[in-house]
Design a protein around this ligand. Structure first.
Ligand code: UD1
Ligand code: CA
Length: 458
């Protein structure tokens, strides 16, 4: 079978007023990716060969996100929102280039899977001119109803135009549709707006296809998949479903989670086998974790890679552009930012490592801080292999520390250190015999005197 070509048209011109947001609705994120990004990824995974996105006027931000996801997508501005068919026709020139399949998807419906888009395409391959994504609605109010005749789909009736009998139908339109490319424009151009809302309804393509003697088909999906987002409550509901899917996929892939409901993954989190995620671990986008890594409770990771056998956390933060090597230990309250740490190095307690490169087997003591920022610019810290950085060291960047250097605890290091050196950077200690005990005794006496005075008053 030769590959069928497929154009995906994503409608994203909605204003999303109920989001109460300065940001357009389709840019709100689910599992770390914009909703429109999810839709574009899903249609691409279903074999979409071209994408056209319909955006509202002055939505350069939406256009930019679309281009970030799919650089060669075409963007079409819909000035007046006159309905879903009107929106689709803004991509008429692209449709006219000739595709086997045309998919219409909504930018605010991010949970539709590639498999479902592929099933819509399969219905076209099997002879339908229009294939509709249907679902059994728990509460059909507000949805278009799928009207059947003789076992096949005859038309879709919108809530406002439905008769009493049609309103009783629970089989509803998920909104997405696939149209055979060769007849798509002819169907879309015949859609009128003689309905209760005075809008050009994409859903009318079904009855028009039937009238032209063409076959229609329904592809069924669970209601969960066609869930659209109109406000932030629905956004949270969709997030919960997306997280549920990601957690199940991770566990099926060999990840242990004692409390999966507390672990938050990103759409692109990559987790190896025998990774163990303790409760309350959160992933931002762009994280790749190799096999046999343990991430302890309350850790946050984003934009980083962690090599096999490493142990992270509890309470660790690994920030973007960081690379954690094999069997590295990153302990509690350690922040790693734009830093590469080679195999078997350790930073077990209370440290900030920013813009640093740390060699194999090096031990970073508790309280070590790389001073990477001078108030205007960021500077690098390079630390060699098998270095021992004593506790509470302050490393003022730019700085280069050679291999096997020992930095004395409590040092402030401003000068580079050569291989093998022992460096101190702290004030010389002074001591006065007996003065400590004397001072402690005096303090005790003063406290007792004050107490006596207060009791005398009371
Ligand atoms: C649509 C379907 C309905 C289905 C429901 C599922 C039509 C006529 N109706 O109704 O059968 O049950 O989805 O959720 O298609 N949009 C534009 N430009 C427009 C109009 C809409 O870009 O001019 C976009 C919206 O931003 C949204 C999507 O298209 O993402 C759907 O539009 P909406 O008005 O929400 O359609 P519904 O009334 O929900
Ligand atoms: Ca809607």
């Amino acid at each position: 079978m030769t590959e069928r070509t497929c154009l995906s048209i994503v409608l994203a011109a909605g204003e999303g007023t109920r989001m109460k947001s300065a940001k357009p609705k389709v840019l709100h994120e689910v599992a770390g990716l914009s909703m429109v990004g999810h839709v574009l990824r899903a249609v691409a995974a279903a074999g979409g060969t071209a994408a056209a996105v319909i955006v509202g006027p002055d939505r350069e931000d939406v256009a930019a996100e679309v281009r970030r996801q799919v650089p060669d997508a075409t963007i079409h501005v819909q000035r007046d929102r006159l309905g879903t068919a009107h929106a689709v026709l803004h991509a008429c020139e692209v449709i006219a280039r000739g595709f086997d399949d045309v998919i219409v998807a909504f930018g605010d419906t991010p949970l539709v899977t590639p498999e479902t888009f592929a099933r819509l395409r399969a219905a076209l391959r099997d002879g339908a001119a229009v294939a509709v994504l249907g679902f059994e609605a728990a509460d059909p109010f507000g949805y278009g109803r799928l009207v059947m005749e003789g076992g096949t789909l005859a038309s879709i009736v919108e809530e406002k135009d439905a008769s009493e009998a049609e309103r009783a139908i629970t089989l509803c339109n998920g909104g997405l549709m696939a149209l055979r490319g060769d007849g798509a424009l002819a169907l879309l151009e015949r859609i009128g707006n003689a309905n209760a809302k005075g809008e050009y309804y994409l859903t009318d393509a079904v009855a028009l296809a039937r009238a032209a003697g063409l076959a229609t088909a329904i592809v069924l999906a669970p209601e969960e998949e066609v869930r659209g987002v109109n406000d932030r409550v629905q956004l949270a509901e969709v997030e919960a479903i997306a997280q549920g899917r990601l957690r199940v996929a991770a566990m099926r892939g060999g990840v242990t989670m004692a409390a999966p409901e507390t672990v938050f993954l990103a759409y692109d989190t990559v987790l190896g086998r025998d990774v163990s995620l303790e409760p309350h671990v959160v992933f931002g986008p762009g994280v790749t974790i190799a096999d046999d890594v343990t991430i302890r409770a309350y850790s946050h990771l984003a934009g980083c890679t962690v090599a096999a056998g490493a142990i992270i956390g509890p309470f660790a933060r690994i920030r973007p552009k960081s690379r954690i090597g094999e069997k590295v230990h990153i302990g509690n309250f350690v922040e790693v930012n734009r830093t590469s740490i080679a195999a078997k190095a350790e930073a077990n307690h209370l440290a900030y490592l920013g813009d640093a490169t740390i060699g194999e087997g090096t031990n970073i003591g508790a309280g070590t801080i790389t001073c990477n920022f001078d108030g205007a610019d960021k500077h690098p810290t390079v630390i060699g292999r098998d270095v021992f950085v004593g506790s509470n060291s302050t490393l003022v960047a730019p700085l280069t520390i050679g291999d096997e250097v020992l930095i004395a605890a409590g040092s402030t290091i401003t000068l580079d250190a050569k291989d093998g050196a022992l460096v101190f950077g702290r004030a010389k200690q002074a001591g006065l015999p007996g003065r400590g005990a004397e001072r402690i005794r005096l303090n005790k006496e003063r406290r007792a005197a004050r107490k006596a005075k207060e009791q005398g008053k009371g």
